[in-house]
Design a protein around this ligand. Sequence first.
Ligand SMILES: [Zn+2]
Length: 333
Amino acid sequence: MKHAVVTFLIPLSILYSGCTIEHDKNAKDMSREIIKIVTTTGMIADAAKIVGGTRVNVTGLMGPGVDPHLYKASAGDVTRLSEADIIFYNGLHLEAKLGELLEEMQSRTETIAVSRSINRNLLVSPPSFKGNYDPHIWFDVTLWIQAVETIRDALNMLDPSNNKIYTENASEYIRELQDLHTYVLNRSAEIPPQHRVLITAHDAFNYFGKQYGFKVMGLQGISTEAEAGTSDVQRLADFIAENRIPAIFVESSIPRRTIQALQLAVASRGFNVEIGGELFSDAMGNAGTFEGTFIGMVTHNINTIVDALKNKVPRYGTNNSYSIRFASNCSAC
Ligand SMILES: [Zn+2]
């Protein structure tokens, strides 16, 4: 009986200590302090800077070209995270190697997954990702708007006396994101639906494909933790040659050699597939450039994709007979 009481008390004590920390955190008056925000990806840092405006100082841990699936925290990162007033991360196992650290941070700092309020029915769960949801939510701009709302709500909770600032900044940014969504829809419509095929280095574009009507295939899976095998290259090369796909794309956060190997394998089948350009998938472009913002990266991507695929498909087949036949083992189709 005594044993039973003890085991019952342990979870309760954890629960209460959590509540106490939460209460203390909320009780701290942040209204006159600059709020220190630490984020994982650049896309989240961009949103936090815009919503927080002059009230916040944002540090993004993952810079241009950095792969979040493989990113490990440095000693400096641990210090930065410990000194933050609030931490934002993507969640859904995007930051696979930071899982334990973020969990640890949760017990002393507000640590918020920006994906947490998105209705699970809107998420995709590819069989190749071992029962997990696909974390690449930012490429469906309507889902990213929900992430921005989560950032706004968290700042409102942390610093209630400055609610007006966060709410207005978020509203203005959300209007810009709605315009961006319309732009991506309009540019996608320049390609007939049956010719919208996006082949990239890894499966980062499932939400993009679902929202904007593209069939997407990646050489590597959802996470880049497992390298593409020879059989993946051969399978995708067969598909590209057979369907005469005009262009494939490299990603800024993945070594070019993976897509170049695919291009060579297609050439050995007597078909030339172009490299249509570089897409920003899991990291934004350089700071200070248009592509170094979320709106810039999405605009760059859709322009690159549409310009490479547009008006090129009919060269390889007759307009009416061209159709896409997907490999039966394509998880994203
Ligand atoms: Zn990814």
